[in-house]
Structures are given as C-alpha cells and as structure tokens.
Design a protein around this ligand. Structure first.
Ligand code: SAH
Ligand code: SF4
Length: 407
C-alpha cells in the first residue's frame, strides 16, 4: 500500500514538472513515505530521514509522509529539525492541493517524463474499521472508506493507456468494499470487462469476510489471478480472540478448503505473528500445525511489537525478545521448506507468465510471475515487458521457477 501511495505522489510531482533526481544528494525535494505498523519500520524510517538530512543539499526540502507522519506529527521536526513538512496518512486525499501549494514556492515548469511498469496498483479503499487489538492502522489511516466504482474504472483505463497490463486492487480488507451496494465481487466483474486489462489481483482479504461469492466470482472470471492473500495471524483460538480477529482456526481452515474447491491451483499466502502477549509454547505450536496443514505458497512472518494506543498495548508484552525471535525462526524454517516443496512440485508444469522486466545483469533473462504469485525467470531471445507467454517450468531454485518458452 505504501508503494502505491509513493507511486501516486511520484505521478503528482512528475505531472507538475518535477523529474527524478539522480540521487538524494542532487535532489531539490526528498520525500520519505513511512510505515508505522511495527516498531522496526519506524526505527528504520527515522534512521533514513536522519541520513538524508545529513547528505541533502542545504536548499533541498525534506518531507515526511505516511503513517509514522500521522502518528508522530511535528514531533518528527523536533527530533530532526531538517524536516520541512510532515504530511500524515489521513491527508492523502488532499495531497494534490498540498503538493500544488508547496510547489508554487518554486517555479517548476518543465514537464517530466513518467515511466510505468506493466503491473501497477490501484487503492480501492482507505482506512480500516476492524480494530484488531495489535494494529495501529485504524488509528493512523482512519475509518474505512470505499472509493467510488466510476473513479476506479477511470483509474484503470488511465493506467492501461500507459501500458499497464496487470492491476492489483489494494485495501486493508477488500471484502468490505461497498460503493452504494456494489460489493467487491461486483467491482471485479465490472473491471473484468475493460479491454486491454489482462490480469487483476487484489490484497488483502480478511478471513472473516472472505465469501463464497468472492471465490466463485474469481473462478468464473479468467483475468483474475489465482492468488488469495489471507492473513491468519495465529493458529490458537485463544490468541485469535485476544487479537479480535473474529474467526477460529477451524473457520479459517474451512475458508482454505473452500478456496481449494473452487480454485485447486490457487496460491494461498498469509501473514503470521508470533509472540503476541501471553502466547504460550503450546499456542505457538498451534500456529505451527495450522501452517503445516494450510500449505501456504508463501508467508510474511513477524515478531509482535507493541504499538502505542492499540488495545494490545495495555496487555503485558511478556514474551522475551529472544523467545519471540526463536519462535519466528522456527516458523520461517517450516514455511521455507513448504515454499520450496510447492515450487519443486511445479517443475514440469505449464504456466502463464507475465513478463515484468529484464533481469538487470543478464540480457536474455526475463523476470515475471505466473497467474498465482510465483516468481518466474525465463531465458528467451525475443521478449519484452508486458508479454504474456505460455512457459514450462524446467527447474526450481527454491523461490523462483526457471522456465522455458513453449514453442
Ligand atoms: N489488513 C491486513 C494487515 C495489514 S498490516 C490484515 O488484516 O490482514 C500487515 C501485517 O502486519 C499484519 O497482517 C500483521 O501480521 C502485521 N502486524 C500488524 N501489526 C503488528 C504488530 N503490532 N506487531 C507485529 N506485526 C504486526
Ligand atoms: Fe489492522 Fe486488522 Fe485492519 Fe488489517 S484488518 S489493517 S490487521 S485492524
């Protein structure tokens, strides 16, 4: 989501005559777009802002945007006085006005050239109303709000006219999208008709709202990629309840079974957290057994960190850091083995590859992804970004399928 927001800001700046600097030392404006979902993200962002403030030109402007900007506000300027502006995530809809008034101070007139990739994002909603007990998102991004269908259709058309082939719809919980009765599966159907759009992806689905209507719609629409990102967070029902996730591990596994019934080849991925306050060794093992059972193609795995102002921040963060890291490593080891196996099982299979670009170092080596979420490399003389090709997986390097073109 932050990548998408950064892209939108970059487009705004380019449309107004800015062009990309060759590096931070040369830039007239530096923007650090921040995340605050984990403590680690904020620590890294602050370190980066300090580093940039030391190397930037004296005349250059330094802005901090996004969730950490929302959470800390002008405290960032107190900590790092070289920062000129702090623009919080809730101001994102006013970004155009903010940028216009800020840029009036400098007369930028030469229109820049915008380059687009073949795969791009469109945010379909903002904010979140779920209030999972550990999560800062509802506080820094505000209430859930769906963006009207006609604006989204326009955004998709605009991107396609610039060479985009694949769109990923973004929202903290796309399943609660609602624009005057148009729900998320309805939106998928509307966008599916757009000529020139080859593939549609989306993230994230909250398991409590991942409906049969959504999965059957996916199965009936060929442009929709066979990938569902379904964050489980934990395998213990007690922990899930404390997290306020509003499903049990059994209900979660039933959703997985439903997805596999409709879409047997789909990649299912997840987010998992370890070391939530009071999580016992046995409860961590419940997460381990759920992961063994669910067969995720991939997972984002994290150690819990307390976020000020959330419900869980008032719970005793009693799992020692070392124990959290040890649980995290055990989990990562298990999931890496499963990922490796899934990739190996795909060797010999035919896949539909979207080429997203050239692998930097090698002229004839192209990279992309299949219709699920698997990374693919293809050695091929005549190819270009944006092509969709039928390929065969020749071998697996663990996290990438090396493919050959089917003549
Ligand atoms: N809306 C998505 C999640 C967005 S945040 C959903 O509901 O699944 C992305 C991930 O960061 C979460 O899925 C969770 O695994 C992780 N995360 C959120 N808050 C966290 C915290 N306080 N500590 C550690 N990980 C956290
Ligand atoms: Fe955070 Fe839960 Fe909303 Fe996801 S659904 S953004 S985890 S509060």
């Amino acid at each position: 989501m932050n990548v998408a927001d950064s892209d939108d800001l970059r487009s705004l700046l380019i449309e107004r005559g800015c062009s990309a600097a060759s590096g931070p030392r040369e830039a007239d404006l530096l923007v650090v777009n921040t995340c605050s979902v984990r403590e680690h993200a904020e620590t890294r962002a602050l370190a980066r802002i300090r580093e940039l403030s030391a190397i930037k030109k004296d005349t250059a402007f330094l802005w901090v945007t996004g969730c950490m900007a929302q959470r800390m506000g002008d405290k960032i300027i107190e900590l790092i006085p070289a920062v000129d502006r702090v623009i919080g995530a809730k101001e994102i809809d006013n970004l155009e006005t903010i940028v216009d008034s800020a840029l009036q101070m400098h007369s930028l007139t030469v229109p820049g050239e915008q380059k687009y990739g073949v795969s791009d994002f469109v945010s379909i909603m903002r904010g979140c109303d779920n209030y999972c007990s550990y999560c800062i998102v509802p506080y820094v991004r505000g209430h859930e709000k769906s963006i009207p269908v006609d604006l989204l259709e326009k955004a998709v058309h605009r991107k396609i006219s610039r060479g985009v082939k694949e769109i990923t719809f973004l929202g903290q919980n796309v399943n609660s999208y609602n624009d005057n009765g148009t729900d998320f599966p309805d939106l998928l159907r509307r966008v599916h008709c757009i000529d020139g759009l080859e593939r549609i992806r989306f993230t994230t689905s909250h398991p409590k709202d991942c409906s049969e209507k959504l999965i059957s719609t996916m199965a009936s629409l060929p442009k929709i990629c066979r990938h569902v990102h379904l964050p489980v967070q934990a395998g213990s029902d007690r922990v899930l309840q404390m997290m306020n996730r509003r499903y049990t591990s059994d209900q979660y596994l039933q959703k997985i079974d439903m997805i596999r019934r409709y879409l047997p080849d789909a990649d299912i991925t997840t987010d998992i957290m370890v070391g939530f306050p009071s999580e016992t060794e046995q409860e961590f093992r419940d997460t381990i057994s759920l992961v063994s059972r669910a067969c995720f193609t991939n997972a984002f795995m994290f150690a819990y960190s307390s976020r000020e102002g959330t419900e869980a921040a008032s719970m005793n963060d009693d799992i020692p850091r070392q124990e959290k890291l040890s649980r995290l490593n055990r989990l990562i080891e298990l999931q890496t083995g499963i990922t490796r196996k899934i990739y190996e099982n795909n060797v010999g299979k035919q896949l539909e590859l979207l080429i997203t670009g050239r692998q930097e170092k090698r002229d004839q080596l192209w990279m992309g992804h299949d219709k699920g979420c698997k990374r693919v490399l293809l050695s091929c003389e005549k190819a270009e970004a944006g092509m969709i090709l039928n390929v065969q997986a020749a071998k697996s390097s663990g996290m990438t399928l090396i493919c050959e073109r089917i003549p």
